[in-house]
Design a protein around this ligand. Structure first.
Ligand code: PRX
Length: 669
């Protein structure tokens, strides 16, 4: 932990005591559920029912937790694995489950979102208000020609309209394709193009740490000639003043202001009863090739997965809890645990458009104090940043409202876990380290707070109804040790395919161990108590601050630069971000690898993918280590990047390449 931060004003002894306490706790292997935490939703019956018969368990939960327009009569159709179908003949509408049912029960005045902007702006969005906006927008989208099955792109910052946009699509059976606001417009274009999006909902400008990015102008520059994209709907979030004097550029006939469309639309839009297996959304995620994977989720099974796990893992009482997930809606965590899980359960959430360190390092803790947040869900990388900034920032605020803390996105190191538990949770809140993926749709491995003893760094055990397991490389079941993580039974919120690419779906997830065993892509360890410890990815995916990036995607962005001949990208362990991107780059004849070129390449990657994909380190290489068949040996490059002794180089075409690289890196370090 840093004690030398420039803004650190806390007396050294306090920091010293905290350090000593954390050191002491590092020796504690397991923490019992805190005595003061009493569960609201008992889970014992679920555990027994799911163990006895997971399919019947899910069917019972589907009847108990969701409102159906047409009840299902079949539960799981597993006739054609891995193309599973759940609740196939049932029909429901997801927006009706998230909004109408709560309003109909007299809870329209309940707050759905307390929205906070970074300059102190505040808005309150009730369930009734969100239902009204969703219905109008749904009608507005229809007036733009959007119908069942059409794809609507959403490229928005963390503003309330993003919830209405997703729900409006669900209301009329359109399929949303949300792109994380941090991606570059060229990445948005690619995702719109491959999904044949008909309409894109975006914003005039987005604010971040006091600055405004002119999003609409940047989108226009990329999207201009994209034929499939018929209309662009623009939320006016920052206005002319925010954009330096002029409103965002609009193309007549194609672009429409969101506010005008919503104001003019019919306020009544009955929810469309949708077949359980109707596509709900596509979310692009990185895989082991440069082409992002369009992960497809369907309606009822997904909703059931997030509704059940949200209630079980966060033990929410919708009448009293104030929940806050600090993720971005552009990732699966935002879809499942900012939008659908909380709304389906009728919960009240905080939605924040801002950074943890603006205007000061206490921005988050201030909000927790202001809204009396009871459940907070964030990522290890953010916790590590907060640790670095120091405990005096949370100490400035009253965090006693918190009763539960969650973590997601990457392995959490025990020290960060303990800091979170001690400093943020005051030692009294259970910490739930939740393991899952875009593909799983919902949390799969997590402590059940109040029930499961926790071990810092372990996501603990599978939740009821899910069946993750470990296999050896050869596919033998493992009850203890290190192996490959798989899921042995289908589950309702599983991805159904990769958009328009069934072959890649089967190849990626269901070829290594056959069509009924889902390959996760992570390695894990099972300990003697049956606790899972996630180690990390086994494919060419890098996890930077909990964001998934493929090495191939970054490589193809780098080699698109005219000065680059060849590039290989690997991950390097990083104290702050978990993993960091290291790029080995060979330049074309005569170009010099200097600081200016480093900056140019980093900017180039930011423009093609987004800032999150910029390599932390660029290593100039005269040549890259290749096998005799021409395959780049990444394992060796990882050894070089992390300063390890070189492994076996005898299979290389030219073993001297490695020696040259290693000595170059050693010199630079
Ligand atoms: O490697 C695992 C890691 O994140 C991957 C999934 O990334 P994504 O689909 O972007 O979803 C992130 C949010 C759910 C996994 O394959 N991962 C996620 N959660 C954890 C984790 N690794 C360790 N511990 C976790 N709790």
């Amino acid at each position: 932990m840093s004690t030398t931060d420039e803004t650190d004003t806390s007396p050294a002894p306090v920091t010293g005591r905290l350090e000593a306490e954390l050191e002491r706790l590092l020796a504690v292997e397991s923490f019992d559920p805190p005595a003061g935490f009493t569960r609201r939703h008992p889970v014992e019956n679920d555990v027994a029912a799911a163990a006895a018969d997971p399919v019947t368990f899910w069917a019972d939960k589907a009847r108990e937790l969701l409102n159906w327009d047409r009840p299902f009569t079949t539960v799981l159709n597993d006739a054609n694995p891995p193309f599973y179908k759940w609740f196939e003949d049932g029909e429901l509408n997801l927006s009706a489950n998230c909004l109408d049912r709560h309003v109909a029960a007299g809870r329209g005045d309940r707050v759905a979102f307390h929205w906070a902007g970074e300059e102190g702006e505040r808005r309150v969005i009730t369930y009734a208000g969100l239902l009204d906006e969703t219905q109008r927008l749904a009608n507005g989208l229809r007036s733009l020609g959007v119908g069942k099955g059409d794809v609507v792109g959403i490229f928005l910052p963390m503003i309330p309209q993003v919830a209405a946009a997703m729900l409006a699509c669900a209301r009329i059976g359109a399929v949303h394709n949300v792109v994380f606001g941090g991606f570059a417009p060229s990445a948005v274009r690619e995702r719109m193009e491959v999904s044949d999006a008909k309409v894109l909902i975006t914003v005039d400008g987005a604010r971040r740490k006091g600055r405004t990015a002119p999003v609409k102008a940047a989108v226009d520059a990329e999207m201009g000639d994209l034929k499939s994209l018929e209309r662009i709907l623009v939320v006016e979030a920052v206005g002319a003043a925010g954009l330096g004097g002029e409103r965002a550029p609009m193309t007549p006939g194609r672009d429409v202001w969101y506010e005008e469309l919503v104001a003019a639309a019919d306020p009544v839009c009955p929810p469309e009863p949708m077949p359980a297996e109707a596509p709900l959304f596509i979310l692009y995620s990185s895989g082991s090739t440069a082409k992002p994977k369009g992960i497809l989720h369907t309606t009822a099974g997904y909703l059931l997965g997030v509704t059940y796990t949200y209630r079980t893992v966060f033990d929410i009482d919708p009448a009293t809890d104030i929940y806050w997930c600090s993720a971005d809606v552009g990732w699966i965590t935002g879809h499942s645990y900012i939008i659908y899980g909380p709304l389906s359960n009728g919960a009240t959430s905080v939605m924040y458009e801002g950074a943890p360190d603006y205007p000061d390092f206490d921005a988050w803790w201030k909000l927790i104090d202001e809204y009396k947040v009871t459940v907070f869900y964030t990522a290890p990388t953010a916790i590590r940043s907060c640790m670095k900034w120091g405990a005096e920032y949370p100490d400035r605020h009253d965090l006693s409202s918190l009763r539960l803390l969650g973590s997601v996105g990457e392995p959490i190191n025990p020290k960060a876990w303990l800091w979170y538990q001690q400093v943020i949770g005051g030692g009294r809140c259970p910490v739930v380290d939740t393991w899952w993926q875009t593909e799983t749709g919902a949390i799969m491995i997590s402590p059940v707070p109040g029930v499961t003893s926790t071990k810092p760094g372990s996501a603990t055990k599978p939740l009821p109804g899910f069946s993750p397991a470990l296999l050896t490389e050869q596919g033998q079941p493992l009850s203890e040790g290190v192996g490959v993580l798989v899921v042995t039974q289908p589950w309702p919120s599983m991805l159904r395919t990769l958009y328009k690419d069934d072959d890649r779906f089967v190849e990626t997830y269901f070829s290594r161990f056959g069509p009924t065993t889902y390959l996760v892509g992570d390695a894990a360890r099972l300990d003697a108590d049956g606790y899972f410890w996630i180690i990390g990815r086994i494919d060419d995916v890098i996890n930077v601050s909990g964001h998934r990036l493929s090495t191939a995607e970054v490589e193809s962005a780098i080699v698109a630069h005219e000065a680059v001949a060849e590039s290989a990208v690997v991950a390097q362990a990083d104290e702050q971000t978990g993993q960091a991107i290291v790029a080995f780059v060979t330049l074309t004849g005569g170009r010099v690898g200097d600081d200016a070129m480093v900056a140019e390449l980093r900017d180039h990657v930011a423009a093609r993918i987004g800032k999150l994909a910029r390599p932390k380190r660029i290593i100039w290489a005269d040549d890259l280590p290749k096998t005799r068949s021409g395959k780049i040996m990444r394992r060796l490059l990882r050894d070089v990047a992390e300063g390890r002794a070189l492994g076996d180089v005898t299979t290389l075409r030219d073993p001297a390449v490695m020696a040259a690289l290693a000595s170059k890196v050693a010199e630079a370090d």
